[in-house]
Every structure is written in structure tokens, then in C-alpha cells.
Design a protein around this ligand. Structure first.
Ligand SMILES: [Zn+2]
Length: 428
């Protein structure tokens, strides 16, 4: 990777929900817990543009976006607390980085956060940070990054790091990354452009409902034990093709809400009325969202806002290999020793999963000794691999990672799309 920022960075791509292990602090500030603090982090060769950026305005505007969205969903006057001075202005902590911009280029989040931890020791606050003079983070791939920890963690609860781009973009990034620090995940089930956890300014109902119990959005809290998983049932395939996850949950103060997600994306939620100590969360998830993985995130909140995240292994009910498995296997056998940089990562399936025509023999006939880079949608060789289903091949540019981790299911009947991605992208 070179040292210039990637040309095709889209500032509103985010990575999140990384749970880090942190340690160590030196200095101490005194502040109510569960408050969002604002930090302007300045590398040695960056110009202090905090007057132009006006974080007082950006943070209050973000606070108002959350408030109006909570209000729209029936949770009036709830938003996160901001650290303010006696005049009601946002306190902007300027932290002077020990290194120049280049030092923070690749692991921006980890390096900045480690210096922030040495400056502040209030772990129950959330730190909203803008890094001065750096227009994209993590080697130029992202506009921002956020981390979250459950309510009772001994570690720092949350960091929301934003690049410094236009004021409008910076505010959008802060909105989004703060959402992660509150325990929200990305959105794949509806238009991500409209929502805070995409690149817009809306909260969905399940997000507002989650935030309504969170200590950062309330003035008092009643901490107890977060919900626990009693039993994670075997997955079932439903007649409509969806995969059902059923999880028995227990909590002493009543269950409020449950999420399942993969790769930073929420793929299902379940609401409870908070009156039961034992209940079963049920999620019917599109196969395309859980294909090719064996680990699902389960996030549970009780009636008092105590929440916990669990990583849960699972197996799909089908025992036979999926089309994607077959393609990968065939690809490895044909091309694995040839250093080709392309590999199928997902198959968008209509109703063709398990089609026996997508066999090794069919693959051999069509793909034998061909360079996959020569295959494209117009190449007859890649069409009609199986009778009755059209196969097209779409190459994903190396710098477009939006779909790599999220095989999508589509509803197109009799059409299969094999997506190819570079190994470099997959391994990143
Ligand atoms: Zn994100």
C-alpha cells in the first residue's frame, strides 16, 4: 500500500463494532459518567482548524438530530448528554498528537485511541474525536470508525473517530460513529442512505427503541445483570427460504430487545415488552445474509438498559455444500495454484440454491483452463452453465468492499450471479 490516500475513498464508509482490549491511563478529569466528550486531535504537522470546524455547532447539531428522531418515534426529549462548560458551550479538548499525520495513516483508530486513553481516564464516557488535517483514516479506506462496549465493561465504553473533511461530512461521520458507540450496527435491510447508520439522518424504530433505554440517553439508571443466553437453538430453514434463529434468553429485570448481526450489519431484531424474565427471541433471516459465515453476533438489552454482546457460532440447516462452496472448491482446484487474484465470494441466488447442474463437472466444462479475468457478462462461455439459469460474472473492484462481507440475496428467478473479489480485499 502506498502512502497517499486512496483515490476512491468515499468518506461515508465506516467500520465499527470492534471490541478492543485497552489498558493504561495517566491523567484524570472529573465528569458525570455516560456523557459524550468532544476531542480535537492534532498531529504534529496538522493545522488547528477548530475555529472553522466549530465542533460546538457540529456536536449540538448531532445531538439535535438524535433528539428529533427519538421524538419522531415516540421517545420525547431523549438524546445523548454532551460535556458543556458553564456558558453551555461544548468543551472541546484539544489533544496534541505525539506524531505526524503519516504515523497515524494505517492504524489511525488504534493509535489515536491509545493516546486519548493516556490523556483521559473516565472510561464510562464516550469520546467523539476529530483528527485534524486527515481526510480519511485507516490507510485512506474510511471516513470514521467507532467502537462500543457493553454497559458494565471495565474498558473504555466508546470511541467515535472522524476524519476531518468538509464540515457537512464530518458531522455526518460523527452522527454515524456515535451510533456505533451507543451499540447500533450498520443497516442492510433498507435504504442505508437515509439512516444515521448508513449515510443519512434517520433512526429506525428499533434503533430508537434501543437508545430509549440506554444510560447515555437517560438521567437515571438501574444497573443490574445484562440478559444471558440460555439456549441457542439449531437453525431451521423455513418454507419461504429464510433461516430461523431461535434464542432462549433470561434476565432478572425483564427483556427489552434482541438483535442479531453479522459483519457489523444488523440482520434481525426482536422486541419484548419487558415483563418477562424468560423469553425466546426469534429471527427469520434471509439466507444470503448468513451464507458463508458460521458466527453471528447476538446483542441483548434488558428493561433497565443493561446490554451485552455475544458471539455465537451456528451451522446452517443444509448439510450439503452450497453453490458458493462448490464454486470456491472448484475455483481452488482449477486456479488455486496459479496465483490468480480473483475468487468468487458470493452467489446471489434466486431459487437455484442446491442446483445440481452447478456441479464440478459443469464447472470443469466451462471454466477449465480459463483465466477468470477473461470472463465477463458477455462471454458465452460463462452463460448457461446450468440449464435454465443464466450465469453472469461480476468483478468487484478491489477498492469496493461494500458487498464483500455481505452476500446479498436477490429475488431474480433463474439467475445466478457469481461475484468475484480479489484475495487482497478479502484478507483485509
Ligand atoms: Zn459504521
Amino acid at each position: 500500500m502506498n502512502n497517499s490516500f486512496h483515490n476512491s475513498v468515499r468518506p461515508l464508509i465506516y467500520l465499527s463494532m470492534l471490541l478492543f482490549v485497552f489498558s493504561g491511563f495517566q491523567n484524570s478529569f472529573s465528569l458525570d459518567p455516560y456523557t459524550v466528550r468532544t476531542v480535537y486531535f492534532i498531529p504534529t504537522d496538522s493545522v488547528d482548524k477548530s475555529d472553522w470546524l466549530d465542533l460546538d455547532d457540529i456536536m449540538k447539531s448531532s445531538q439535535n438530530v438524535y433528539r428529533s428522531e427519538m421524538n419522531r418515534h415516540g421517545f420525547p426529549n431523549k438524546t445523548f448528554r454532551l460535556e458543556l462548560d458553564n456558558q453551555g458551550d461544548v468543551i472541546v479538548h484539544k489533544v496534541f498528537g505525539r506524531h505526524n499525520k503519516a504515523f497515524y495513516y494505517h492504524d489511525t483508530f488504534g493509535l489515536v485511541v491509545s493516546e486519548i486513553q493516556q490523556r483521559f481516564n473516565d472510561k464510562k464516557n464516550i469520546y467523539s474525536i476529530v483528527i485534524a488535517g486527515v481526510p480519511a483514516i485507516q490507510g485512506g479506506w474510511f471516513g470514521g470508525m467507532g467502537s462500543a462496549r457493553p454497559w458494565n465493561s471495565d474498558e473504555y465504553h466508546g470511541f467515535a473517530l472522524s476524519a476531518e473533511t468538509s464540515r457537512e461530512n464530518t458531522e455526518q461521520i460523527i452522527l454515524h460513529e456515535l451510533g456505533h458507540t451507543f451499540g447500533l450496527w450498520h443497516i442492510v435491510l433498507y435504504n442505508p442512505k437515509e439512516f444515521i447508520l448508513g449515510s443519512g439522518e434517520k433512526l429506525s424504530l428499533h434503533e430508537a427503541r434501543w437508545l430509549s433505554k440506554l444510560c447515555y440517553f437517560n438521567n437515571q439508571w438501574n444497573f443490574g445483570t445484562a440478559p444471558s443466553i440460555v439456549k441457542f437453538h439449531n437453525t431451521e430453514q423455513l418454507d419461504n427460504g429464510k433461516i430461523r434463529f431461535s434464542i432462549d434468553i433470561r434476565d432478572n429485570s425483564g427483556i427489552h430487545q434482541a438483535y442479531v448481526g453479522l459483519n457489523t450489519n444488523i440482520v434481525g431484531w426482536d422486541f419484548f415488552n419487558g415483563s418477562n424474565n424468560n423469553d425466546t427471541a426469534v429471527f427469520d433471516v434471509d439466507l444470503g445474509h448468513v451464507l458463508g459465515s458460521n458466527n453471528i453476533g447476538v446483542q441483548l438489552m434488558d428493561n433497565d438498559g443493561n446490554w451485552m454482546y455475544y458471539a455465537q457460532g451456528y451451522a446452517l440447516p443444509r448439510q450439503e455444500p452450497t453453490d458458493l462452496d462448490l464454486y470456491r472448491k472448484n475455483f481452488d482446484e482449477k486456479f488455486g495454484d496459479k496465483n490468480y487474484d480473483l475468487k468468487p465470494v458470493s452467489i446471489d441466488d434466486g431459487e437455484q440454491l442446491g442446483n445440481p447442474d452447478l456441479s464440478k463437472q459443469a464447472f470443469d466444462e466451462k471454466f477449465d483452463n480459463k483465466n477468470p479475468e477473461d470472463l465477463d457478462n458477455n462471454n458465452d462461455e460463462v452463460k448457461h452453465v446450468c440449464e435454465g439459469c443464466e450465469v453472469s460474472i461480476e468483478e468487484i473492484p478491489e477498492d469496493d468492499d461494500t458487498n464483500l462481507k455481505n452476500p446479498r440475496s436477490v429475488n431474480t428467478r433463474n439467475k445466478l450471479t457469481v461475484k468475484w473479489a480479489s484475495l487482497k480485499s478479502l484478507n483485509r
